[in-house]
Design a protein around this ligand. Structure first.
Ligand SMILES: Nc1nc2c(ncn2[C@@H]2O[C@H](COP(=O)(O)OP(=O)(O)OP(=O)(O)O)[C@@H](O)[C@H]2O)c(=O)[nH]1
Ligand SMILES: [Mg+2]
Length: 291
């Protein structure tokens, strides 16, 4: 199970195709309810399938679900039944993608029982496998998520985590930028337009995260002065433990997404030189544009 288009790469289990062998795989992109309204879900589905192929996985179906509002959950159950053939069903994926919440939704739809399994906003909630018996003696199995240390969630406190975990569809923000301008994503990340032509840059992050534009030449001093204050999260009392921001520079040949793992992404027009900064340990990477 995949999720959070915030972080497709972070949501992939390395080498999964080797564990899976010949067993059928259904690729699930959960949390579809937070995708921007403007996005074509069919395109996202195709994009997810392509990404899976690039990882050596050949899913028999790809589905965008929402454990929150039930989108595609009936279809997912039908597909599982169609291919199950008296085997166990494993729900696997990176931590925090909503595996347990999705299973709860399935149980609720099948039996009416609510919130059977513990879920939470924090990564690492499910600690051991949980087997839910199916009617033929086989099981539906919830598994602990694989932990990717390079996701933003591992560096945030409870309050901050709430601020960067979208619960509503993301409303993108477009900035018309000249070269040598900077955008801060709260105090968590930074984007520099290093050089190129004046362009629109679209930012997809939680609607509550404050975006702040400044001049590149002043940006270091600005962060020094305002991180934990004007630029929050992190909170002032968390700044002591918060890792320093690390810079990654890119000049994509085609329109691409600059992804801050677990936080969101910025669409970069072709041929522009940009830099993304994230706390040391959190990935900043380029992917083929999702939208
Ligand atoms: N908006 C939205 N949030 C979701 C959805 N599914 C799960 N969540 C939220 O995502 C967070 C993680 O959910 P869990 O079900 O605990 O995730 P998990 O994959 O089981 O995590 P681990 O047990 O740590 O591997 C919780 O805050 C859920 O409420 C969804 O479809 N939409
Ligand atoms: Mg879980």
């Amino acid at each position: 199970m995949w999720s959070t288009f915030f972080d497709f790469n972070g949501s992939v289990i390395p080498g999964l195709h080797r564990f899976v062998g010949k067993n059928p795989v259904i690729l699930v992109g959960n949390k579809a309810d937070v995708l921007p309204k403007s996005i074509n879900q069919k395109r996202v589905t195709n994009w997810l399938t392509q990404q899976a192929h690039a990882q050596g996985l050949r899913p028999i179906a790809t589905m965008l679900t929402s454990a929150k509002n039930g989108q595609m959950v009936d279809e997912l159950l039908e597909t599982i039944e169609e291919y199950r053939d008296h085997r166990d069903v494993y729900v696997v994926g990176v931590t925090n993608t909503g595996k347990s919440t999705l299973i709860n939704r399935v149980i609720k739809q099948l039996t009416g029982v609510s919130d059977l399994i513990t879920t939470s906003r924090f990564p690492g909630t499910t600690l051991d496998r949980i087997e839910i018996p199916l009617d033929d003696g086989q099981s539906l199995i919830d598994t602990p998520g694989i932990i990717h240390r390079n996701q933003m969630a591992h560096y945030l406190g409870a309050k901050d985590l709430q601020l960067v975990s979208p619960t509503k569809p993301i409303r993108p923000t477009v900035f018309q930028l000249n070269p040598e301008q900077t955008i801060f994503l709260g105090g968590l990340a930074r984007f520099d337009f290093v050089h190129g032509q004046r362009n629109g840059f679209t930012v997809y992050v939680d609607n509550q995260l404050m975006l702040h534009r400044t001049k590149l030449e002043n940006a270091d001093a600005f962060y020094e002065k305002h991180a934990g204050g004007l630029l929050t999260p992190p909170q002032a009392d968390e700044m002591g433990d918060f890792p320093e921001l690390v810079r990654f520079e890119f000049t994509p040949k085609e329109k691409s997404d600059l992804v801050f793992a677990g936080l969101g992404w910025i669409v970069i027009p072709a041929g522009q030189t940009v830099a993304g900064y994230a706390p040391k340990g959190v990935d900043v990477l380029m992917r083929k544009a999702l939208i």
